[in-house]
Design a protein around this ligand. Structure first.
Ligand code: ADP
Ligand code: MG
Length: 456
């Protein structure tokens, strides 16, 4: 990342990028639910994100492991142009294809080309992982000859993108669901010695602040922690996500900030989740940014309100608005820790310097305890090299502040709020829920390991 927060374009500087492999098509072709070559992640911590339907098809399709060579038990592909049905790569019948030979399923039957995606033949566009292609054979164009410009990997990747976020097989999903919902109510995530007040901030909108706040809060509450969510965004998304009434007239965080109403008078218990409370935000909060300007101790109004409840909660999560105004400053003054969700996208790091500078200013002048303790990568899309490059960059920059758990882009996560739920309860077996559960667990464990530095 540059000093000004700009981020190097991996299409130009990314490792292993050739001149012709930079196009969007080549990025898509890496997805088969398996790590791209050079994938830095441990597959055991991030299981393949395969479409269960595709997986079920795999055996019929003669699917092979995503290795660079065809396993011994997979018969060679037949050359559709060879009347004797010789192997596609037999020199006697046809010249060996440039690449992608391993991706041709054994039972390929010649078909007219279905799609012809112009693509340069480069190693990028037909990674070794393409051998794991699991599309029905009839959909797979030949490796050479007609249709060569639409290699198997390209064709399949067109089908699979929307499935990227799909969820693990059913048995595993059910097991994870029980683990996540923790019906026994046991304390399975360690409780911190003192209240951890975490400000979830990033002045960029749509990076997953609210989603992160809601899901971490629910995960920790389901596992025995007492959690308060303070919705500090006038849009009231966290209140919506937790199904807490926040229409005009409902006592809300505005009353605490402007009229010094105690938090307990406005906090509402979240239905269905024991140990979880929410201080909602109504549209009134939109005016608070301006009204606060003339209020005494305007930066520390929230800090005072929260400090009135020492030891009452294990966690207080403050969901910040997408700005660096007085509301966010109030959150930074009230917190000991900042949690920054970073979306794995091209512009993700832009503006981050500004946030860090603001945090430093607040630390110097208003809240010496404040530290950026946690970075969470959100909306990770494993189909893109860009997500991978952003992850590497963020890890290089922030080191062990970055949680090992990464939140994938997952459709269940985005559906959940429309049912007034977190993904933890909406679909506890989904990849989104599992990832937020892992992130919450990491946060809880880190809090116990390093309580002194956090709360000193
Ligand atoms: P912010 O609070 O930073 O503005 P949100 O948490 O509201 O961001 O997220 C912005 C949008 O992205 C929402 O529609 C949300 O449902 C969606 N979203 C967030 N995280 C994910 C995810 N992991 N996968 C898919 N969609 C997500
Ligand atoms: Mg939000």
């Amino acid at each position: 990342m540059h000093d000004d927060g700009r981020y190097d374009d991996p299409r130009v500087t990314g490792p292993g990028e050739g001149t012709s492999a930079a196009g969007p098509v080549s990025r898509e072709t890496n997805f088969e639910g398996w790590p791209a070559s050079g994938e830095p992640h441990d597959p055991s911590t991030r299981p393949p994100d395969c479409d269960p339907v595709v997986r079920r098809d795999a055996p019929q399709a003669g699917a092979v492991r995503p290795t660079s060579s065809v396993p011994a038990n997979v018969p060679p592909a037949r050359d559709p142009h060879d009347p004797n049905g010789g192997p596609a790569n037999a020199p006697a019948s046809r010249p060996a294809p440039v690449r992608g030979n391993a991706a041709v399923p054994a039972r390929y039957e010649p078909q007219p080309p279905v799609v012809a995606v112009p693509q340069q033949p480069t190693p990028e566009s037909a990674p070794d992982g393409a051998a794991g292609t699991v599309a029905p054979p009839s959909d797979t164009p030949p490796a050479a000859g007609y249709g060569a410009e639409a290699p198997a990997s390209t064709y399949v990747s067109r089908e699979t993108p929307t499935r990227e976020e799909d969820d693990p097989p059913l048995a595993m999903e059910a097991m994870r669901a029980v683990q996540i919902l923790n019906p026994s109510g046991e304390v399975t995530m360690p409780r911190p010695e003192r209240t951890r007040v975490m400000c979830v901030a990033n002045q960029k909108g749509g990076v997953g602040k609210t989603t992160t706040t809601v899901n971490l809060a629910v995960a920790l509450a389901l596992h025995g922690n007492r959690v308060l969510v303070v919705d500090l965004d006038p849009q009231g998304n966290a209140s919506t996500g937790l199904n807490v009434p926040h229409h005009t007239g409902v006592p809300d965080v505005y009353d605490c900030l402007i009229d010094s109403v105690p938090l307990e008078e406005v906090a509402q218990a979240v239905e269905g989740i024991p140990n979880l409370w929410c201080v909602p935000a109504t549209i009134d909060l939109a005016g608070a940014e301006i009204e606060l300007v003339s209020v005494v101790a305007r930066e520390s109004r929230l800090a005072r309100a929260i400090a009135a409840y020492p030891g009452h909660f294990d966690y207080v999560f403050i969901d910040c608005p997408p700005s660096l105004g007085l509301l966010t400053v109030n959150a930074l003054v009230a917190a000991q820790e900042v949690l920054i969700p970073i979306q794995c996208e091209y512009y993700a790091l832009e503006g981050l310097n500004q946030l860090i500078q603001n945090i430093n200013l607040v630390r110097q002048h208003l809240n010496p305890k404040l530290e950026v303790s946690t970075i969470l990568l959100t909306m990770y899309d494993r189909r893109t090299r860009l997500a991978d490059a952003v992850e590497q960059d963020v890890r290089n920059h922030f080191g062990d502040k970055v949680l090992e758990a990464v939140i994938p882009r997952n459709v269940r996560v985005s559906e959940a709020p429309s049912y007034g739920q977190s993904v933890m309860t909406y679909d506890p077996g989904s990849r989104g829920a599992t990832s937020y559960f892992e992130a919450a667990q990491e946060i809880a464990e880190r809090g116990v390991k390093e309580p002194v530095s956090r709360n000193a």
